[in-house]
Design a protein around this ligand. Structure first.
Ligand SMILES: [Zn+2]
Length: 274
């Protein structure tokens, strides 16, 4: 079932989805959009992994699509590819239901996405990781695709630390510290899910998880010992104060940062041409 029919509770978002999300468009609509200049494609790369006792496994895939749709709408010259739902999540595998791809599997899927879209005439691509574990695979793909298709433009990956910093900025406006905003299933993700997919949030089960600074030693523990070595419930952050209203602001801040990255790249490319 299409999520736009059931899960999105805001009429506005449904209308936006139909305008840019290729899975919900017909081929003549896509052809006409491309003829009108929409030759950029945004490919959201998500994850299907545990998000604590309060958020559904699809959090990264679902929110990646929301971000991509909002971004495409703001850019005005982009369409959104079907989300690649599973990602690279070995550190969450000790929790029920988590799905993890091998890096080479994800790279091959990304390559096939690119080949298909280039055949149709798309010329610029952004892989948008809504899950940090995908960055390596996407970075490798971007390098390979730049060599394979020198006439096309592949945007660099948005800076993960800058994205996390942006989330922390939104939290701090409301007195939510960076440890609570969290790197996984904390205030940021819980608020965003409350805003767009409230039926997939169990706030009555929300508990604080790992609350020390998410520094390099915490990251090392996460990737070497798995998420459980930081938190028995699989949470890095504190989702208990999450609100839908702040969730909208987290998304707006993310999209604004992505839009700036894209516009800066476009301006630099124009300067190079001149
Ligand atoms: Zn997540």
């Amino acid at each position: 079932m299409s999520w736009s029919g059931s899960s999105v509770s805001f009429e506005k978002e449904v209308a936006i989805v139909h305008a840019v999300l290729m899975e919900e468009m017909t081929w003549p609509e896509i052809r006409d959009a491309m003829d009108a200049g929409a030759t950029t494609v945004i490919i959201p790369v998500g994850a299907v992994e545990q998000h604590g006792p309060h958020l559904a496994l699809g959090t990264d895939a679902l929110m990646g699509e929301i971000d991509a749709v909002e971004l495409a709408r703001r850019l005005g010259n982009a369409l959104v590819a079907p989300v690649i739902r599973p990602g690279i999540s070995p550190h969450h595998l000790s929790f029920s239901g988590t799905l993890s791809l091998r890096k080479e599997t994800l790279v091959m899927v990304l390559e096939d996405y690119v080949a298909s879209y280039i055949r149709h005439g798309f010329r610029k691509m952004l892989f948008f990781c809504s899950h940090g574990g995908n960055y390596d695979a996407v970075g490798e793909t971007v390098e390979r695709m730049r060599k394979a298709y020198p006439d096309c433009y592949f945007y660099p990956e948005p800076d993960l630390l800058e994205l996390l910093g942006t989330m922390n900025g939104v939290g701090s406006c409301d007195g939510i510290g960076p440890e609570a905003v969290g790197a996984h299933a904390g205030d940021s993700e819980a608020s965003q899910m409350l805003a767009y997919f409230p039926e997939l949030v169990r706030m009555e089960r929300a508990k604080a998880g790992f609350l020390a600074p998410f520094d390099s030693s915490a990251k090392k523990r996460l990737f070497e010992g798995g998420t459980r070595s930081l938190s028995e419930i699989g949470v890095i952050g504190d989702p208990r104060e999450a609100t839908a209203e702040r969730g909208k602001r987290y998304v707006a801040a993310t999209v604004k940062l992505l839009e700036k990255t894209i516009r800066d790249c476009d301006a630099a490319a124009e300067r190079e041409k001149a």
